[in-house]
Ligand binder design. Structure first.
Ligand SMILES: O=c1ccn([C@H]2C[C@H](O)[C@@H](COP(=O)(O)O)O2)c(=O)[nH]1
Ligand SMILES: [Zn+2]
Length: 203
């Protein structure tokens, strides 16, 4: 390089240097991961579909005001489109300040189970008449017998769940019995990562 090079020469040199650095960076990536340079540029820490949909169910559950069990459900079609989402809560216009979230109350009219709409039922109702035939349901809690009836009747084909804490109860055993008879597959979901942090400042 000559010290007396013109402005034009310098910019050409800078361009060449930049080009060679880019090539070097790409070569390093090829060597380290074996992918073609173009592919290697994608974000390495993205959510896989199943984690994404179950995370949506979990996020939806956070809307629930049930003090014992917050449940979320997310229904997804064959093209990986979310067609419905829901959580357990009271029906529209039945205020959380009026209706009880209590359980096993001495006053039988003050038990939440008389009033709460289950997450899966809410998701199915929220699907806005879209066909659910062949869809997959991601739910944070294994569905009860009443939700299972709706799942079967709406044509949902597959159920993935996280918790099965009530498996021993008759309602839930009835669910399995119906799901088996209707040949709807169900399995416990093991996420590929332990946690997903959502930071509202992360943009
Ligand atoms: O299929 C189901 C089963 C239950 N839920 C909801 C209903 C209640 O709000 C809670 C369960 O309360 P517990 O105090 O743990 O019995 O879960 C649902 O959304 N879907
Ligand atoms: Zn239910």
């Amino acid at each position: 390089m000559s010290l007396s090079s013109t402005k034009e020469d310098t910019s050409t040199l800078a361009n060449q240097l930049e080009k060679s650095l880019t090539i070097k960076a790409e070569t390093t990536e090829i060597e380290s991961n074996g992918l073609s340079p173009k592919k290697s540029h994608k974000h390495q820490n993205y959510l896989i579909w199943d984690d994404y949909f179950m995370a949506m169910a979990l996020l939806s559950a956070k809307r629930s005001k049930d003090p014992v069990t917050q449940v979320g459900a997310c229904i997804v079609d064959k093209q990986n489109r979310i067609v419905a989402i829901g959580y357990n809560g009271f029906p529209r216009n039945c205020s959380d300040d009026v209706f009880p979230w209590t359980k096993n109350s001495e006053d039988s009219m003050e038990d939440k189970k008389l009033y709460v709409v289950h997450a899966e039922a809410n998701a199915i109702l929220n699907s806005n008449s879209t066909s659910l035939v062949g869809t997959c349901l991601y739910t944070t809690l294994f569905p009860c017998n009443e939700c299972t009836k709706l799942i079967i009747q709406s044509g949902i084909q597959r159920v993935l769940y996280i918790s099965d804490k009530y498996a021993h109860k008759a309602k839930y055993r009835a669910s399995r019995r119906m799901l088996d008879a209707a040949r709807i597959t169900y399995s416990h979901y093991e996420p590929t990562q332990k946690e997903i942090v959502i930071n509202f400042n992360d943009i």
